[in-house]
Design a protein around this ligand. Structure first.
Ligand SMILES: O=C(O)CCC(=O)C(=O)O
Ligand SMILES: [Fe+2]
Length: 285
C-alpha cells in the first residue's frame, strides 16, 4: 500500500449548501423536519428540552444503577471505550445480533422504568403522523433492538472518532438482513445526561464514496476516518445538552467531540433507522 492511499483527502457527496444546516425547535417535535433529515433535505434537527428534567434524572439513575451495563473495550481511558446497555449489530452476524437484542430486552425495559421511553416516543410521533409505516427490522421472525444506551468513556479530542453510520450496514456477516437495503441512515439520538460542555456532535458535509472507504479499509465499518483527511469539507458543530433530541443524517461523516473529566458520564439513548427497499421505515441498534 502506498502512502497516498492513507493520506489522500476523503471524497464523496455533499448535501447542497442550503441543506447542510441544523434546524432547531424547543420541546415540540416538528415531524416534517424529521422527514427532512430522513429524506436527505436537512443535515440535522435538534429539539432542546425534548425530555423533561425529571425523566432525565430517572433515566440517568436507572442507567447508573443497572447491573447489565457492559464495558466495551477500545482505545479509551483504561482501555474501556464505552459502557453500553442493549444490543449493537456492529461486527456481529445477524443471528448474534438478534440473540443479543432478545437477551438485553429485559434490561432495556428496566432502563425505561418510570418514564416514557423517549426513543420510542419519537418513532410513535413519526408513525402517528401517517407519513410512514414502520417497525423494528426483522429476520426469520426475530426483531432488532428498539434502542441502546451508550456512555462513551473517552475524553480527549474525540469521544467518538469521525465515522458514517451507513457503511456498517454492508457487513457480509449480515447478508440478507433487511437493514442492508437502507440507503440513508437517520440516527435518533437522545441525551438524558450531558454533564459538561464537551461531547458536541460535529458533522462534515460529505457522504464518503466507496473508493475512500476501500482505500482506508473501512468498507464495512465506516470507522474511523482520520480527522486530518476531512479538513477540505465544511463542518457543523452541534453542542448537545441534557434533555436534547438530535436527529442526524448518518450518511454524512460525523464525530463526537471530546472534553475533560467533567464530561464523563454523558449518556446517549439511540437507534438507527431508515427506509428499506420495500418503502418501510425500519429501526435497529
Ligand atoms: O454519542 C453521540 O452523540 C453519537 C454517537 C454516534 O454517532 C454513533 O453511535 O454512531
Ligand atoms: Fe454515528
Amino acid at each position: 500500500m502506498t502512502d497516498d492511499l492513507l493520506t489522500a483527502p476523503v471524497t464523496g457527496t455533499p448535501l447542497p449548501v442550503d441543506r447542510f444546516r441544523v434546524h432547531r425547535t424547543a420541546r415540540t417535535v416538528d415531524v416534517d423536519r424529521v422527514l427532512d433529515v430522513l429524506d436527505g433535505r436537512l443535515a440535522a434537527y435538534l429539539v432542546s428540552e425534548y425530555v423533561s428534567a425529571a425523566d432525565c434524572s430517572v433515566l440517568t439513575a436507572n442507567f447508573a444503577n443497572s447491573t447489565d451495563r457492559i464495558p466495551r473495550y477500545g482505545e479509551g481511558a483504561d482501555g474501556v471505550e464505552a459502557y453500553v446497555l442493549g444490543a449493537s449489530h456492529i461486527e456481529k452476524t445477524t443471528d448474534q445480533y438478534l440473540d443479543q437484542a432478545a437477551a438485553t430486552a429485559p434490561a432495556m425495559r428496566a432502563l425505561y422504568t418510570g418514564v416514557h421511553d423517549p426513543v420510542s416516543r419519537l418513532r410513535e410521533l413519526l408513525l402517528a403522523s401517517g407519513a410512514l409505516t414502520g417497525r423494528p427490522a426483522e429476520h426469520d421472525g426475530r426483531r432488532a433492538g428498539d434502542s441502546k444506551a451508550v456512555c462513551w468513556n473517552n475524553i480527549g479530542e474525540y469521544l467518538l472518532l469521525p465515522h458514517d453510520d451507513l457503511a456498517q450496514l454492508s457487513d457480509p456477516l449480515q447478508a440478507g438482513f433487511e437493514i442492508q437495503t437502507v440507503r440513508r441512515v437517520l440516527a435518533i439520538n437522545v441525551y438524558p445526561h450531558v454533564p459538561g460542555a464537551g461531547g458536541a456532535l460535529r458533522i462534515w458535509n460529505v457522504a464518503p464514496d466507496h473508493a475512500t472507504r476501500a482505500r482506508l479499509g473501512l468498507t464495512h465499518s465506516g470507522y474511523p476516518y482520520p480527522p486530518e483527511l476531512l479538513t477540505a469539507h465544511p463542518a457543523l458543530d452541534i453542542p448537545v445538552h441534557t434533555g436534547d433530541l438530535c436527529l442526524i443524517n448518518g450518511n454524512l461523516i460525523h464525530a463526537v467531540l471530546g472534553g475533560d473529566d467533567r464530561d464523563r458520564g454523558r449518556l446517549l439513548l439511540t437507534c438507527f433507522s431508515g427506509v428499506s427497499d420495500q418503502g418501510e421505515f425500519l429501526w435497529w441498534t
